[in-house]
Design a protein around this ligand. Structure first.
Ligand code: ACM
Length: 250
């Protein structure tokens, strides 16, 4: 893994995003397999390796890690930086058979400052729930980091809308290829707050892409002279989204 990480550093990156479950692969076949492969955070081998790497290379890294916590398992991501371990995020919205293996995440949607930028984390299918990006943007995230093993075909296009609707950068690091009958959609991408795709990988080859960005572009929420994304919000009309049932939203 370190070899792969170093390829980004050689290109001068300060923030690196890796895919979901990058220490195990995505599809589990048994509880034994999950138990054998999952690791503690931050004391597991993968997180320790990432911490050492981030400190040596003076870089921040967000990577999907399969987490064991006692007898519970989480589809998690770690954030490490030159200052060491910073945070773990546990995927809130589990996709399909992940519900067999993992507990639903219990960590808040939080923003962290590292390498001079404010980052928020979501994992793969979390993108389907616009509340996640909205909360992270409201909390001041400039870049949403999105480790993924995407299977459905919608995300890469849909996140263009999410980027402009929240005026944030979104970095999706997706898997390529097949695993146990599942095909991943590749096309990792970086989208800016004007919904421009400023980097995109191919569908099937592993690639490292590096771009220069100006994170402060995400700080302005002004749309026109008379429109500001935050102050125009009609929170007085939004309360139904806090209700659980669809009935309550009529
Ligand atoms: C997914 O959430 N990995 C599809």
């Amino acid at each position: 893994m370190v070899e792969f990480l170093r390829s980004g550093v050689k290109l001068g990156a300060e923030l690196l995003v890796l895919p979901e479950l990058c220490n195990t692969g995505y599809k589990f076949e048994s509880a034994d397999e999950l138990e054998r492969l999952a690791e503690e955070i931050p004391n597991g081998e993968t997180t320790e390796e990432l911490i050492n790497f981030a400190e040596d290379a003076c870089i921040s890294v967000i990577a999907g890690v399969c987490e064991r916590d006692g007898n519970r398992y989480f589809n998690s991501a770690v954030l490490v930086g030159p200052e060491g371990f910073i945070a773990r995020y546990r995927k809130a919205h589990l996709f399909d058979e992940e519900n067999i293996w993992f507990s639903k995440g219990d960590t808040p949607f939080q923003v962290y400052e590292t390498s001079g930028v404010k980052v928020g984390i979501m994992i793969c299918f979390d993108w389907f729930f616009p509340e996640v990006i909205r909360i992270l943007a409201l909390k001041g995230a400039q870049i949403i980091c999105h480790p993924a093993n995407l299977i459905l075909p919608y995300c890469q296009t849909a996140l263009l809308g999410a980027a402009v609707q929240n005026r944030v950068f979104i970095i999706t690091a997706n898997r390529v290829g097949f695993e146990r009958g599942i095909e991943f959609t590749g096309m990792s991408q970086i989208v800016n707050p004007m919904m421009e795709v400023i980097a995109r990988s191919g569908r099937s080859e592993e690639e490292v892409k590096v771009v220069d960005i100006e994170p402060s572009l995400a700080d302005s929420k002004r749309i026109t002279r008379y429109n500001d994304l935050w102050s125009d919000r009609r929170v007085d009309l939004y309360h139904p989204i806090l209700e659980r049932s669809c009935e309550a939203q009529k």
